[in-house]
Design a protein around this ligand. Structure first.
Ligand code: OXD
Ligand code: MN
Length: 592
């Protein structure tokens, strides 16, 4: 039974039913009763497995096809009327041509299957930030993941009312054929289409497809920003909480930073870190002239391998109930899960991510896929911010960019001003990781960590950043960090993890004008003694000098690679003049 009388919604669903031809249509109303039924069905068909309900209550396991384990950037399209609107960094196809292709794939794709109608909200229903979507899918796995990652249910349709403006998402699993796999955004039509995949990033359409690609486009038109950023709050011993948002390319430790545990000395003084979000931030200028942020999601879709009681206890604890595990190893001894670096005790009797028997004690192969995931409710997180559900969000005092650079970038520096900060974000670079299909370990430019997620021409996106700077009377200060500097033997110099709070402390002092800094060619920098290293065994003042050193020759080489990257925007001439000027000013400072 339809849960709404919204004509635009009903007409759209009728049209899709006629195309996809499902046997039946089930509306997800958000009731526990319906979810229980779907879980039982998924367990009965083997689509999902129920895990040990004493050790992992409410937890389930799912394995995707071996050819379907990551986002597929080469099969992800932004279909705008002109190629220029999609820009040089996105795959593009003319919308009519793409719709024809998709309609042929969708024709009858749900025959013999059920279509689920998922009404969902990104951000708290009724919040000034909230945007509503409906995802049609033939996968119970998608329904149960969307329940964790977004706010789902009839109340979303009630909030939408008769408004025809909602984000339309269609996902058909089909036969997960990688040759015919498409993840497509039509920004002008508020439409997302996904076919032939069942992996999270490709099928949980509220996440990357809506909350970043479509939302970045909406944000430009409506004067706000959708960014690939974590949001965290640092509470000082006086009880004051200061918030920052931070962008890092995939799998650079973003979830770990978002849930950081303060070092012992900080804990003893009364510092606390609160997680508002680990992946996506929507930012708007508030009435007070500050930039306010919400995390539009409701859960964490985190990378499992490497998550353990040392690296990220908050994330691990978050996964201990009501969580869906995807492509991890299944420990048959006690019907739980395991992944690389969870602990030093891999199971002997297990099934690996491919579904084959696996002995963790003897096998040389991984038990879990490197991009295996947990989908965990945000409320499970021990350090979830008390402001997590605040419909007005939190005020952002600092924006932090970061990447994985072995040598060039120092531990931290601050941009001279907003426009220079946009330049710093635009030249972000990192090594590729297993989160996206393709080569691993190659350095690539990833401006604002948005390269795979910007829903329009990235040159215009840079201009939007510059324009936003003029609209925020009390704009956050912009910083860059690099936790990954290595010594000549390739070892990381900075301990990272909880100790990153030492750097964030300096950032916040700068954001609130509480400390001076040194002016260098790349930006403002701390003096080595300005970063608190008390209690660190392996870092002394000399190490700090190393971490903060700036090698102008390396930066000059970097400038050449930046020029090559910027040249991509020549095709449509969309690189803002402000960034060209920033680059030439930077070259001049390096030459001095
Ligand atoms: C992710 C990513 O969050 O790839 O999954 O960025
Ligand atoms: Mn991400």
């Amino acid at each position: 039974m339809a849960l709404t009388t919204n004509k635009a919604v009903l007409d759209w669903i009728d049209e899709k039913v006629a195309l996809l031809k499902p046997d039946q249509v089930v509306w997800i109303d958000g009731s526990e009763e319906l979810y229980a039924k779907l879980r039982a069905e998924a367990f009965a068909t083997g689509e999902m497995e129920e895990l040990n309900q004493e050790k992992l209550p409410g937890c389930m396991l799912h394995r995707t096809a071996v050819n379907d384990v990551a986002r597929v950037e080469d099969r992800t399209f932004i279909c705008t009327p002109t190629r220029k609107e999609a820009g040089p960094t996105n795959n593009w196809m003319e919308p009519g041509e793409m719709y024809a292709k998709l309609n042929a794939l969708y024709d009858g794709a749900m025959k013999g299957r059920t279509m689920y109608v998922i009404p969902y909200s990104m951000s708290v229903v009724g919040s000034p930030f909230a945007k509503y979507g409906i995802e049609l899918t033939d996968s119970i796995y998608v329904v149960l993941n969307m329940k964790i990652m977004t706010r789902v249910g009839k109340n979303v349709l009630d909030a939408l009312g008769d408004d025809p403006n909602f984000i339309k998402g269609v996902h058909a699993k089909k036969d997960v054929n990688p040759e015919e796999r498409y993840i497509v955004q039509f920004p002008q039509d508020n439409t997302i289409c996904s076919v032939n995949s069942a992996y999270g990033g490709n099928v949980l359409l509220g996440k990357k497809c809506f909350a970043l690609r479509i939302a970045s486009y909406l944000g430009r038109n409506e004067g706000w920003m959708a960014e690939h950023m974590l949001i965290l709050g640092i509470e000082n011993p006086q009880g004051e909480v200061r918030y920052l948002s931070a962008a890092f390319p995939s799998a650079c430790g973003k979830t770990n930073l978002a849930m950081l545990i303060p070092p012992e000395g900080y804990k003893a003084k009364g510092y606390k870190v609160w997680c508002v979000g680990d992946d996506i931030a929507w930012l708007r200028v508030g009435e007070d002239g500050r930039l306010w942020a919400v995390n539009p999601e409701n859960g964490f879709f985190g990378v499992a391998p490497g998550t353990n009681m040392k690296s990220n206890p908050n994330a691990l604890i978050s996964t201990m109930k009501d969580t869906i595990f995807t492509n991890v190893a299944h420990n048959l001894d006690d019907n739980t899960v395991w992944w690389e670096k969870l602990d030093k005790n891999p199971p002997e009797h297990a099934i690996d991510w491919k579904g084959n028997p696996w002995n963790g004690k003897t096998s040389k192969e991984n038990g879990a896929h490197p991009n295996s995931r947990f989908t965990a409710p945000a409320v499970n997180c021990p350090c979830i911010s008390p402001e997590f559900n605040n419909p007005n969000g939190v005020p952002i005092s600092a924006i932090v960019f970061g990447g994985r650079r072995a040598k060039t970038a120092p531990l931290v520096y601050q941009s001279f001003d907003w426009n220079h900060g946009v330049f710093v974000g635009s030249i972000m670079a990192s090594e590729t990781t297993a989160a996206a299909a393709g080569a691993v370990g190659v350095v690539r430019r990833d401006p604002m960590a948005m390269l795979p997620f910007c829903g329009y021409n990235m040159g215009d996106y840079f201009q939007h950043w510059i324009d936003m700077g003029k609209k925020i009377p009390h704009a956050p200060k912009i910083f860059n960090v690099n936790w990954f500097r290595t010594d000549d033997e390739g070892n990381f110099i900075w301990p990272g993890f909880g100790d990153n709070l030492r750097v964030l402390e300096w950032i916040m002092k700068r954001a609130f004008d509480e400390i001076d800094a040194e002016e260098t060619a790349i930006g403002y920098m701390p003096r080595p003694e300005d970063i608190n290293i008390e209690g660190l065994d392996d870092v002394n003042l000399d190490t700090m000098k190393d971490l903060l050193s700036v090698d102008k020759d390396l930066w000059k080489e970097d400038v050449e690679s930046i020029k090559q990257f910027y040249a991509k925007f020549d095709e449509f001439d969309t690189l803002p003049a402000v960034l060209k000027k920033e680059l030439s000013d930077f070259e001049e400072r390096l030459a001095k």
